[in-house]
Structures are given as structure tokens and as C-alpha cells.
Ligand binder design. Structure first.
Ligand code: MRU
Length: 349
């Protein structure tokens, strides 16, 4: 079923910025947050690839935006198609899980093939800016829709990872819904899981929430069970990196256990993601490529080891939540509930 709930929320705003284009591309280096706000000028695709792989920029929609702007920059410098195809291929595989990244690259390369060399620079820049506007307005719409399906005068919301401005360039996916509830005076508390191992929840979500005056409580990931059991949480709201055709959702590792816990405690589990995160070509959750990252993210902190011995490490960056654990999927086009292949197909048609 496709629901079209509508709640009016005024235009949501944030004091946080993550990406600037003023003739050159600047991104906020998220590795340094919350201690330091350092803007980095992106001069080339190879630099963008390094920033993406090191998590200086991260979050599914933002990866697509940075890739699009980086290719536009490259097209201004060297508009030969062979060159752009090679650069696009490097960008598309910089990280494997978020589909927004290869999708943005494919869109830009398809445009590049359609226009003569001298028009590639301006055409790709206009396309990157258009994508930026689309992701921004998708966030606003998802925030309205998501707040509209969450019942109750006031509720606590548990989230995972960072899904705000820092991840989207707009007001956020799950965090956009939190902003809308806050704007409506309905947010009792935002509970942010720290999100081991690189702490996107603790470092980024808490920073973003505090910047914007949103009440936030930080918890270790392992405390989610007792928090849900306490009754303080009215909804678990998360983002996504890729959604398969069957409704399986890949998101930051630790999302799947939250969905299991939410079901155990009868708390709605809601996924908020733009259509750019839907992948109709990926049939099931098991077909979603899951990034595994370096062991040092688990055994070290800021370059220093936590352990005096070596150990084998399991460090997937994402996990997959099956659709039957998801109460609703909120996209900018509407709300799918229950999350089924047929319901999702309506969005992709
Ligand atoms: O490894 P990251 O920080 O890029 O992972 C990000 C997430 O898992 C987010 O939840 C997801 O991209 C949705 S953000 C709108």
C-alpha cells in the first residue's frame, strides 16, 4: 500500500553546512568533527575518491552529490569522454554499498555522452546542481511524510549513524524526520546510538543535533535493548544506503539488531531514504554488496592501538534488515507500508 499522509511542516533549516559550490567545490572534513571544522577544496576526482574512502565525506546521498560535482569539475578541466569514463569508473567503486554513488556517476556519464566536448563542463555542473536541489527537496518532503506517520503528541526517537545534513546536503533523512517532530513540538528526545566503530552517531549526530538545538541523549550501541525496554522510545528511525527490490535495507552496521529489538518491544521501525537509494536492479538483500573495512577501525583510535596483541577482526560497515521488520519506508514520493516488492515497484516505475 502506498500511503500519502501529509503533515504541513514549514521549511526546515539547519545551521550545519557540508558542501559548498562557489565555482570550486568545498566539503567539510567529517573525520575531524566535532573537534575541528575544516573545509577541504576538492580539485580532482582522485582527491574525491580518497575523501570518500577515508570517510571525510560519507552518507549515501552526499556520496552521490560529491561524485556528481567532482565529475563536473573534471569535465571542465578535461572533457574527453575516455577520460571522464575512466574517472567515473574510479568514483563509482570508491565505496560499494551506497547505490547513490554509482547512480550519480552513471547519470553524469550518460549526459556527458549526449553533448559535444565543449558543452560537457557546463552541462555536468548544471546536472550536479540539479541533483543537489532534488536531494534537498527530497529531504524536506521525507521529513514531512515521516513526521506524519508517527503518532502521538510527544515521542522519543532512537536513531543510528548520522543521517542529517552531513549525510545528505539537505536537512537529512531520518534526522530530517526528527527535525520535523522537533519543529512541531513533538520530539521528547532524540536518542543517538554512538555507532561503533567510527562513531558517526556520537561525533556527527550529537554535534548536528546540538548545533540545531535538538534535545539529544547519547548511548552506547549495546544500550539500545534496555532503552527500548524502558519504554522511552516511541519510534526507531534510520536511513539507508541501498534498498533492494524486495525491500531489504542496507544501512550502517547495527541497524539490523535495532530492527529486531524494535519488533521485540512493539516499537515502530521506520526507514527514511530518497528514491536515489532504491535499487530495483538488486533483487534481494543478499545481493547488496557489503563493504568490509580495515581492522584498525576496530583495534585503534586516532592511530593508537587499543590492544597490546593482534586479533582477527570482523568489520562490515553495513548490515541488511529484512523488509518484514520494517513498519514503513518513507521516500519523497510517499510511504510504503507494509514494505513489499509490489509496493516498492510503484516508486521505481
Ligand atoms: O559509512 P557511512 O557513514 O557512509 O554510513 C552512512 C549510513 O549508514 C547512513 O545511515 C546512510 O548513508 C543513510 S544517510 C542519509
Amino acid at each position: 500500500m502506498l500511503l500519502g499522509y501529509h503533515t504541513r511542516v514549514g521549511e526546515l533549516k539547519s545551521r550545519v553546512e557540508v558542501l559548498r559550490w562557489d565555482g570550486s567545490l568545498q566539503v567539510l572534513d567529517q573525520r575531524l568533527l566535532p573537534w575541528e571544522e575544516r573545509w577541504v577544496s576538492v580539485e580532482s576526482v582522485s582527491q574525491a575518491v580518497a575523501l570518500i574512502q577515508s570517510l571525510a565525506v560519507r552518507g549515501a546521498p552526499l556520496l552521490g552529490l560529491v561524485a556528481a560535482y567532482a565529475l563536473a569539475l573534471e569535465a571542465q578541466r578535461c572533457p574527453h569522454l575516455d577520460h571522464l569514463e575512466g574517472q567515473g569508473a574510479a568514483l563509482a567503486k570508491a565505496r560499494p554499498t551506497a547505490v547513490n554513488l554509482p547512480r550519480a556517476v552513471a547519470k553524469m556519464l550518460s549526459l556527458a555522452r549526449q553533448v559535444p566536448e565543449e558543452k560537457r563542463g557546463p552541462t555536468l555542473l548544471a546536472a550536479a546542481q540539479q541533483l543537489h536541489r532534488e536531494e534537498t527537496s527530497a529531504c524536506q518532503r521525507m521529513a514531512e511524510l515521516g513526521a506524519g506517520i508517527l503518532a502521538g503528541p510527544r515521542l522519543g526517537v532512537l536513531t543510528h549513524c548520522n543521517t542529517g545534513v552531513l549525510a545528505t546536503g539537505g536537512v537529512g533523512t531520518a534526522l530530517g524526520v526528527v527535525r520535523a517532530l522537533h519543529a512541531q513540538g513533538r520530539l521528547a528526545m532524540l536518542y543517538a546510538g554512538e555507532t561503533r566503530p567510527v562513531l558517526q552517531g556520537a561525533r556527527l549526530t550529537v554535534w548536528e543535533a546540538q548545533r540545531d538545538g535538538i534535545p539529544v541523549t547519547l548511548l552506547p550501541d549495546g544500550a539500545a535493548g534496555s532503552l527500548l525496554a524502558s519504554g522511552a522510545v516511541g519510534a526507531v528511525v534510520v536511513g539507508a544506503d541501498r534498498i533492494a527490490a524486495d525491500g531489504s535495507v542496507a544501512n550502517k552496521v547495527g541497524t539490523y539488531p535495532l530492527a529486531v529489538l524494535a519488533q521485540r518491544h512493539g516499537v515502530p521501525f521506520v526507514v527514511v531514504a530518497p528514491t536515489s537509494t532504491l535499487d530495483p536492479h538488486c533483487p534481494t538483500g543478499s545481493a547488496i554488496p557489503i563493504e568490509h573495512r580495515q581492522p584498525e577501525e576496530v583495534t585503534h583510535w586516532q592511530g593508537k592501538p587499543w590492544l597490546p596483541f593482534e586479533v582477527t577482526v570482523y568489520n562490515p560497515a553495513f548490515d541488511v534488515t529484512p523488509p518484514e521488520l520494517i513498519m514503513a519506508l518513507v521516500c519523497e514520493r510517499g510511504v510504503v507500508t507494509p514494505v513489499t516488492q509490489a509496493g516498492l515497484a510503484e516508486f521505481c516505475s
